[in-house]
Design a protein around this ligand. Sequence first.
Ligand code: KIV
Ligand code: ZN
Length: 386
Amino acid sequence: MTDTILIFDTTLRDGEQSPGCSMNLEEKLQVAAQLETLGVDIIEAGFAIASPGDFEAVSEVARQCKRATIASLARAATADIERAWEAVQHAERPRIHTFIATSPLHMRVKLNKSPDEVLEAIDRTVRLARNLCPDVEWSAEDATRSDPDFLARAIETAIAAGARTINLPDTVGYATPETYGAMFRDMIGRVPNADLAVFSTHCHNDLGLAVANSLAAVMAGARQVESTINGIGERAGNAAVEEIAMALKVRHDVMPVRSNIVSTEITRASRLISGITGFQVQPNKAIVGANAFAHESGIHQDGMIKDASTYEIMTPESVGLTQSSLVMGKHSGRAAFRQKLQELGYELGDNAFQDAFARFKELADAKKAVYDEDIVALVDDEVNSG
Ligand code: KIV
Ligand code: ZN
């Protein structure tokens, strides 16, 4: 089994399905260009049949991108699959991604189909897609709430019909790392033609487990991970590509696989998406949050000044930031205050330093954050009055 994990980015499809996240054509082309620079292997550019705008966006992304595989989503329906092909056919590496639900609940309530009818639809639509496009991905929507025996038959049918990527989504974010990993181990072990396909993860974050679940599936043999920049997506979002990529990089010791992500492009990609969608990244978000490399407490700041590895498990440069920041606040200590003064160009004698530090602590108690301008004002006052 290869040690490379393919990164399938669905920011432009599942990500765009977040309420309020829709992007225009020009924005989608900008995002697609950055996704290629970031090194994602597959870009799901949209759902071609959803609207004329989606069709145009998928077609243009397919024409523009030369390195990544370009996919369009399609339901298990002839018109969807033909429209998807029409949109991606100009790509250097086109893919049709077709899906149907396999859980008893979805088959009964949403599709109004029996399990045998669903198997027939998988066989027919995957064959149709494969006749049009050499690269076909099939997804079992709501895989994690599907009956394992039926899911295994559905996967076998899709592979026999020509699918070469099998995606098992946790559509409603219901899985835990143990159950999601076990499902992959079970399916890869029991489906007779499983070795012909790459198994793929697709996790939603309803319980905050999307990244953990994706990584558990990787450990169980999945070799494609579907994710979005900043974890945007339906409801609580999808697995965040920046977290997956950095977890694989930083914890290579326990997950001996690699991705093609150029980690130094992560910050640029994150800022591009939040700028375009207007979705702010929460400050404490892993990897790309404003506080991800910021340190306020005195003990941490002192450690950081001595050796950054005391409180950072990856460098800010590795994700495309220039440096960590020591945020001045009430938890900051003398070492950080002295460093800040040096950065601002001040050399204070011992007494003046102690007085300035005491005044800084009073100010920090009164304010949530102390900015450089506050410190400049405080020290100037101290120097002038002393
Ligand atoms: O969450 C999901 O099940 C999906 C599929 C359409 C792949 O997005
Ligand atoms: Zn999804």
